[in-house]
Design a protein around this ligand. Structure first.
Ligand code: SME
Length: 165
């Protein structure tokens, strides 16, 4: 019912859910050093934690090229394979080394449409313990404006804990 809608409560729930997830992911990955296993686990656990997540996964920096991303572990429909730095939302996040939130993908210059059902997107850079960019983590939603600062902080915290120090 409309009177039940309370944006402040929803925000608190979402922040709390990210906090729980951070602990759950850390617990599952305890003792597992392999980076592919870590990326696959993060993709699956985040994808299934939120109804709004339609495509959830990693684009990894190609070590042979240095300025190109290639698709890594993900959940969702077929993702495009390679994205040069600077192209699309993923390429922007990699080139600028910051989280990029896009409320309306059709309004983002150069957005790469892997699936036309994607309406909004958040991409977060992934750094290793030495501070090197190793990947970006991309979440697409089939809902417009699905992501905000709570998602950015929640995702950044989980990625720092899993791949950083
Ligand atoms: N939309 C992304 C490309 C990756 S897919 O959505 C899975 C972008 O513009 O970078």
């Amino acid at each position: 019912m409309a009177e039940d809608f309370d944006p402040a409560r929803l925000s608190a729930d979402k922040r709390g859910r990210y906090g729980e997830l951070a602990d759950e992911v850390a617990s599952v990955l305890d003792g597992e050093p392999n980076i592919t296993a870590r990326m696959a686990t993060v993709s699956s656990m985040l994808h299934h934690a939120f109804d709004a997540f339609f495509w959830t996964g990693f684009y990894v920096v190609d070590p042979d090229k240095g300025d190109e991303l290639m698709v890594g572990p993900y959940q969702g429909t077929l993702g495009c394979l390679r994205i040069p730095f600077g192209r699309g939302v993923c390429g922007a996040a990699a080139a600028e080394r910051r989280t990029v939130i896009v409320e309306d993908v059709d309004a983002f210059p150069g957005h790469i449409a892997c699936d036309s059902r994607s309406k909004s997107e958040i991409v977060t850079p992934v750094f290793d313990a030495a501070g090197r960019l190793i990947a970006v983590f991309d979440v697409d939603s089939d809902r417009p404006a699905a992501f905000d600062e709570i998602d950015a902080q929640g995702i950044e915290t989980i990625l720092r804990r899993v791949f950083g120090q």
